[in-house]
Ligand binder design. Structure first.
Ligand code: NAD
Length: 501
């Protein structure tokens, strides 16, 4: 506990802040209570929204490259605090240390990306059909952005959104997952330190945090003063948030559940495939939105692949994520464990055969924590349970005979986040990437579906939400576009040759 207090203190979180509140934060490592935080009151949320709207009027007038300086400072602060925040992510979300550090590194990376972007928020110049006319596009700041995040990326997803929003001229209000508040708060405090260094060029209320559960997030979702809601979490949450934002004509970025697959063809390098399967199916204990959940393997290589995979699964080091060398940490809570058990039992009822895992581990050492041996279940077909996202280390194996069949199975789920193929056959690979191939937002070749870089646009189709964040041109969602037609002639010709005299 004393280690926690000193790490939190170094991150700018005072002892008084984590005591006496109603919101309990538990560590999935051993089930111990880490903190009791005071929830933000509804009045305070309303106050934050008003402050954010006022901050916008000033922040939008700060030139974008100057705004870029703020995210540069935030990147410095995150780099400085990387070990501490990474450790908090580990203890609070159960990620192994390497992944905790990697998560904070994503924050550093997106700040650097956003800094470069701050000089590149440009629109197009378009030729006009009318003489003496020019058309151009501009991207202007949009307004306050609400950022609602999930427990499994409690630091990086805030950084992905906030770095872009701030550079685009938008204030942010952050509602971290109630299951991993400390990681969010530590990341937020790094931003506050950057704002303090940036000085009075940053208006009051530029970045604010709301601590609590769904009802507070709903206030942000429903507020007409917040033109963009970026919400990451379950499809269940997205089904509620999406229509609410749409009903007030707000914009949204929904980053929801995935049911990611790998197609392994006879032309695959099986040893490479096994390494990729291992990282993506059991890394973060299967609690990434991009975790590998379905293995669609050609019948001719199934036995060979499974033999290698089962051997690799048997050697997995499962345990305390804070101990170096551990590869698989705990599930977030008992609900996650129960959901996993339910999925395995249902899969068996639907004809599945458990090839490995599923059992609770380390119950004596950690009676209040939920460690599990990652499971592999062979299915006779893609039954109803396989089409659901189960948020844990459960890998379904399905066999195929013809390549078209593999793609059909691949796409026949409601989610569309990430996907991959292992093959060295050009035709198979290109077909998988083509319009007739994977229907996901991300389709990879000879790497697993998880572990994306920040430079690409991140997100997925269908029940994953249909939106994109992070790299590429995802910044455009944080801005409003205007099309400007300028007449520098002495005539007033109408478009489409219309004569109005
Ligand atoms: P969750 O849906 O339970 O909660 C996510 C966030 O939404 C929390 O901050 C929560 O307070 C808030 N929330 C819940 N109900 C809400 C409502 N009615 N209105 C407004 N806000 C509400 O998700 P979780 O258990 O924290 O995270 C796991 C899920 O997140 C998985 O389904 C995973 O696939 C998904 N996820 C998706 C991505 C992505 O980028 N696509 C990334 C990470 C996690």
């Amino acid at each position: 506990m004393s280690e926690l207090l000193s790490v939190l203190q170094r991150c700018g979180i005072a002892v008084g802040e984590i005591q006496g509140g109603a919101l309990a934060v538990r560590s999935p490592v051993d089930g111990a209570e880490l903190a009791r935080l005071r929830e933000t009151s509804p009045d305070e949320v309303n106050g934050s929204i008003a402050k954010s709207a006022a901050a916008f009027l000033k922040w939008r007038m700060v030139p974008a490259p100057v705004r870029g300086e703020l995210v540069r400072l935030w990147g410095e602060e995150l780099r400085e605090a990387r070990r501490d925040i990474g450790w908090i992510v580990s203890i609070e979300a159960g990620k192994i240390i390497e992944e905790g550090l990697g998560e904070v590194q994503e924050g550093v990376d997106i700040c650097e990306f956003a800094l470069g972007l701050s000089r590149q928020l440009h629109g197009k110049t378009i030729v006009s059909e009318r003489p003496g006319h020019r058309i151009m596009e501009q991207y202007h700041p949009l307004g306050p952005v609400a950022i609602i995040t999930a427990f499994n990326f409690p630091s990086a997803v805030f950084a992905w959104n906030a770095a872009l929003a701030l550079v685009c001229g938008d204030p942010v209000i952050f509602k971290p997952s109630e299951k991993a508040v400390l990681s969010g708060l530590a990341t937020f405090r790094a931003l506050e330190r950057a704002i303090a260094r940036f000085g009075d060029r940053a208006p009051d209320g530029l970045a604010q945090i709301v601590i609590g559960s769904a009802p507070l997030a709903e206030m942000l979702v429903e507020s007409p003063s917040i033109p963009l809601v970026s919400a990451t979490g379950s499809t269940r949450m997205g089904r509620i948030v999406g229509p609410k934002v749409a009903s007030r004509f707000g914009k949204r970025i929904l980053e929801l559940g995935g049911n990611n697959a790998m197609v392994v063809t006879p032309a695959a390098d099986l040893d490479m495939a096994v390494r990729a399967i291992l990282f993506s199916a059991v890394g973060t204990a299967g609690q990434r939105c991009t975790s590998l959940r379905r293995l669609i393997v050609h019948r001719s290589v199934k036995a060979a692949l499974l033999a290698k995979l089962l051997k690799a699964y048997a050697d997995l080091r499962i345990g305390n994520p804070l101990v170096a060398g551990t590869l698989v940490g705990p599930l977030i809570d008992q609900r996650a464990f129960d959901a996993l058990q339910h999925a395995i039992a249902t899969a068996q009822q639907q004809g599945g055969k458990v090839l490995a895992g599923g059992q609770r581990m380390l119950a004596e050492e950690f009676p209040n924590a939920w460690y599990v041996r990652p499971a592999i279940v062979e299915m006779p077909a893609q039954t109803a349970i396989v089409r659901e996202e189960t948020f844990g280390p459960l890998l379904y194996v399905l066999a195929y005979d013809a390549f078209d069949e593999a793609i059909a199975i691949h796409n026949d789920v409601p989610q569309g986040l990430s996907s991959c193929i292992f093959s060295n056959d050009l035709r198979e690979v290109e077909t998988f990437l083509s319009a007739a191939g994977s229907d996901c937002g991300m389709a990879n070749v000879n790497i697993g579906p998880s572990g994306a870089e920040i430079g690409g646009a991140f997100g997925g189709e269908k029940e994953t939400g249909g939106d994109r964040e992070s790299g590429s041109d995802a910044w455009k969602q944080y801005m409003r576009r205007t099309t400007n037609t300028i007449n520098f002639s002495k005539e007033l010709p109408l478009a489409q040759g219309i004569n109005f005299s």
